[in-house]
Design a protein around this ligand. Structure first.
Ligand SMILES: *Cc1c(COP(=O)(O)O)cnc(C)c1O
Length: 385
């Protein structure tokens, strides 16, 4: 009975061309090996190429020995899981961002699904960009606040919503990503900070998952690039992308940190990160701030790709460049075509992106050569959709 229910649902997903499976991959450096074929991996978020950097891992491992690290923290942070490595990493982050405090979470999903439910109550209004990440959408769903999603990057609408509503709520939270995950375009941080500053009860919440490591001279994100490190109340970023690790951070005031330690469920009710992960994050973070040459190179090849492909009429301003094919089937076909030509690009379909905008999400990394970009351009141009 139940099984037939699920198989019916699955058939309907399949009919729409949206059935997902978990692809098992074999990675080798910056390549994916599938059925004996080597392909350049352009589907990962290893933007600086650090996850594929064996020398970096060797250097880290030469400093650690089994007596000095642990694969588990065996407890939540409020009990015995709050190892000295947390303190070290949070101080390191606060120093880098020149902030009062930093708080580390197990993942970006934990951060985004937990912060808003903790800080926004039924006296609050959340104004979130239409295209924010699923983890933020889930956080909004779990919070008791009212929420209005404004059209993507439409600040006239946001401005109107703020002026209409600021008197009716104790707090308003403006929520956005800095570089958007699926389109690679940017929010306008200058404008958002300006809007927020017009009111005394508006907080700005920015998710820099795709900008951390990639933007700003020290890689701290768009907030560093546009000189707004001190203007964002909830500055979130993740370690699982450019930083080649796992976990996430929030840059905030001491008060907000302490409040979250007392109220945020995905921080309180979960086993803390293993100390060895925190050590690796700190180790890579120390090096990442000096990798501006990689950031400059990544921005160079991204521009190259954007300029050379007339097919990619996207709004991307970053290393994430969507190749929008339309239907789910066309994205699958384009993916297979590019895989045959040596590029591992996977289709992204609804519900991850809106219906009719299925795509390949090209995500470049600093270990791509210009020659590979040239070859990719040729293959995108010959790919029929
Ligand atoms: C990847 C991503 C997250 C989730 O981070 P994880 O550490 O992978 O859980 C959150 N926000 C955005 C914008 C992301 O792209």
């Amino acid at each position: 009975m139940t099984n037939s229910y699920f198989s019916k649902q699955l058939s309907s997903i399949t009919e729409k061309g949206n059935l997902r499976i978990l692809p098992t991959v074999k990675e080798c450096g910056y390549e994916i090996i599938k059925d004996g074929k080597h392909m350049l991996n352009l589907s990962s978020n290893d933007y600086l190429g650090l996850a594929g950097d064996t020398a970096l891992k060797e250097e880290f491992l030469s400093h650690v020995s089994p007596g000095k690290f642990s694969f588990t923290s065996s407890s939540s942070r409020l009990l015995t899981g709050n190892s000295g490595e947390y303190d070290y990493l949070e101080k390191q982050l606060a120093r880098l961002f020149d902030s009062e405090a930093a708080l580390v979470f197990n993942s970006g999903y934990h951060a985004n699904s937990g912060i808003l439910p903790a800080v926004a109550d039924h006296h609050s209004l959340i104004l979130a960009d239409k295209l924010v990440h699923a983890s933020i959408v889930d956080g909004i769903g779990l919070s008791r606040a009212r929420c209005i999603r404004f059209r993507h990057n439409n600040y006239e609408q946001l401005e109107r919503l703020l002026s209409e509503n600021h008197r009716n709520y104790e707090h308003i939270f403006i929520v956005t990503e800095s570089i958007f995950s699926m389109d690679g375009d940017e929010c306008d941080l200058n404008r958002l900070v300006e809007l927020k500053k017009q009111y005394g009860n508006v907080f700005l919440y920015v998710d820099e998952a795709h900008a951390f490591g990639v933007r700003g001279e020290r890689g701290l994100g768009c907030s560093e690039q546009y000189d707004h490190l001190h203007d964002i109340d909830f500055l979130v970023g993740t370690f699982g992308k450019a930083l080649a690790s796992i976990g996430a951070y929030l840059i905030c005031s001491k008060e907000i940190k302490s409040y979250l330690v007392n109220t945020m469920r995905p921080l309180i009710f979960t086993t803390a990160l293993p100390p060895v992960n925190l050590q690796w994050t700190s180790f890579v973070l120390n090096k990442m701030v000096y990798m501006n040459d990689k950031r400059i190179y990544l921005s160079h090849i991204s521009r190259l790709l954007r300029e050379k492909t007339d097919k990619l009429k996207s709004n991307s301003k970053s290393h994430i460049i969507p190749f929008i094919t339309g239907t789910a089937d066309s994205a699958v076909n384009a993916s297979l075509y590019l895989q045959r030509h040596g590029f591992y690009l996977l289709p992204v379909r609804p519900p991850t992106v809106p219906e009719g905008t299925s795509r390949l999400r090209i995500s470049l990394h600093a270990a791509c050569t210009e020659e590979q970009i040239e070859r990719l351009v040729i293959n995108l141009n010959t790919c029929k959709i």
